[in-house]
Write a protein that binds this ligand. Structure first.
Ligand code: NDP
Length: 284
C-alpha cells in the first residue's frame, strides 16, 4: 500500500506530487506539460503545486487544463504573492486563481513568502476562506524557524498545515532545525526543487554510482531517481518535482520503488554534507 502523509486537518496525501513552475511559459511545450500532469494523476501523483506568480498565472492555466474533468483526483495547491496578502488581496487573488484553475475550491492555499503585510491579516483572510469552504487548509512557504514561531503567537496560527521550503541533496540546511520545528507543530514540510532544478547536482559521481546499484520497473535507476528517493526517505514530507516531459514524469514516479541502503545514505552524506549548525533558510 502507498505510504501516505497525514495533514493536521486529517487529509491523507501521497508523498510524491508534481511542481509546475515554468509550465505555460513556452507555448510549444504546453501540450507535453498537460500530458505529463495527466499521466502523473494516472500514476497516483495527486498533489499538484502551482502559484499565481508562475508565469503570471500561465502555470495555473496549464494546471486548469490538465485537471479538467478530474478535479476530485487532485490535491490542489496554489500560492498567494506576499504583495497580494492583505485581507482583501487574498480574497481577490484566490478568486482569480480559482478561475484560472477552473475550480471552486483549493485543497491548500499558501503564502508564497513573507512580505510586508502583517501575518495576522493574511492568516485572518485564510481563516475566512476556510470557513467559507473555499479552501481545505492553509499554509506557508519559505518560512524559517523564527517565522514559524511568529505564527504560534497568532490566535489561529496553529491551523497552518504545511510549510513549503527548498530541500534537496545540495540544500540540506533545514535538517538542522526547521524540519524538526515543523514536525513539532505537525506542520507537513513540502520539499521544493528536490531535483536541484535539474542542474549540476544530478551530475554528481556518487549519485551516478548509487544509481548503477539500483533497478526500477523502468530499468537501471538514474541519478534523478536517487536524488528523489533520498528526499522521499523523510517521513511526513511531500516532494514536488517538476517534470514537463512524460519521460521524466515516469522516471520520477518509479523513484518511489527505490529504497536506499544504509551504505548509500552514508555515501550521500559524504558527498553532500549535512548541516552541523543552523544556517539561514535558503530560498530560490
Ligand atoms: P525541480 O528540482 O523539480 O527540477 C525541475 C527540473 O528538473 C526541470 O528542468 C525538469 O525537466 C527536470 N527533471 C524533472 N524530472 C527529471 C528527471 N527524472 N531527470 C532529469 N531531469 C528531470 O525544480 P523546481 O524548481 O521546478 O521545483 C519543483 C517545484 O517546486 C516547482 O515546479 C514549484 O511548483 C515548486 N517551487 C516552489 C518554490 C517556492 O518558493 N515555494 C520555489 C521553487 C519551486 P523537464 O521539465 O524538462 O521534465
Amino acid at each position: 500500500m502507498t505510504r501516505m502523509v497525514k495533514l493536521k486537518n486529517g487529509i491523507d496525501v501521497p508523498p510524491l506530487g508534481m511542481g509546475t513552475w515554468n509550465m505555460g511559459d513556452n507555448a510549444s511545450l504546453r501540450s507535453d506539460e498537460v500530458t505529463s500532469l495527466r499521466t502523473g494523476l494516472d500514476l497516483g501523483l495527486r498533489v499538484i503545486d502551482t502559484a499565481e506568480m508562475y508565469g503570471s498565472g500561465r502555470s495555473e492555466n496549464v494546471v486548469g487544463e490538465a485537471i479538467k474533468g478530474r478535479r476530485d483526483e487532485v490535491f490542489l495547491i496554489t500560492k498567494v504573492l506576499p504583495s497580494n496578502a492583505s485581507r482583501d488581496g487574498v480574497m481577490k487573488s484566490c478568486k482569480t486563481s480559482l478561475k484560472r484553475l477552473g475550480t471552486d475550491r483549493l485543497d491548500l492555499y499558501l503564502l508564497h513568502w513573507r512580505g510586508n503585510v502583517p501575518l495576522e491579516e493574511t492568516v485572518e483572510a485564510f481563516e475566512r476562506l476556510l470557513e467559507e469552504g473555499v479552501i481545505g487548509g492553509w499554509g506557508v512557504s519559505n518560512f524559517d524557524v523564527n517565522s514559524m514561531k511568529e505564527l504560534d503567537r497568532l490566535s489561529t496560527g496553529t491551523s497552518c498545515v504545511a510549510n513549503q521550503v527548498l530541500y534537496s541533496l545540495d540544500h540540506r540546511g533545514i535538517e538542522f532545525d526547521l524540519l524538526g520545528e515543523d514536525r513539532k507543530r505537525k506542520v507537513v514540510t513540502i520539499a521544493y526543487s528536490p531535483l536541484g532544478q535539474g542542474g549540476g547536482m544530478l551530475h554528481n559521481q556518487t549519485l551516478a554510482d548509487i544509481a548503477a546499484e539500483h533497478e526500477t520497473s523502468l530499468g537501471r535507476a538514474t541519478p534523478a531517481q536517487i536524488a528523489l528517493a533520498w528526499v522521499l526517505r523523510q517521513p511526513s514530507l511531500i516532494a514536488i518535482p517538476k517534470a514537463g516531459s512524460v519521460k521524466h514524469l515516469h522516471e520520477n514516479s518509479a523513484a518511489r520503488e527505490i529504497s536506499l541502503t544504509k551504505e548509500n545514505l552514508a555515501a550521500l552524506d559524504r558527498a553532500f554534507t549535512p548541516p552541523t549548525s543552523s544556517v539561514p533558510l535558503e530560498v530560490i
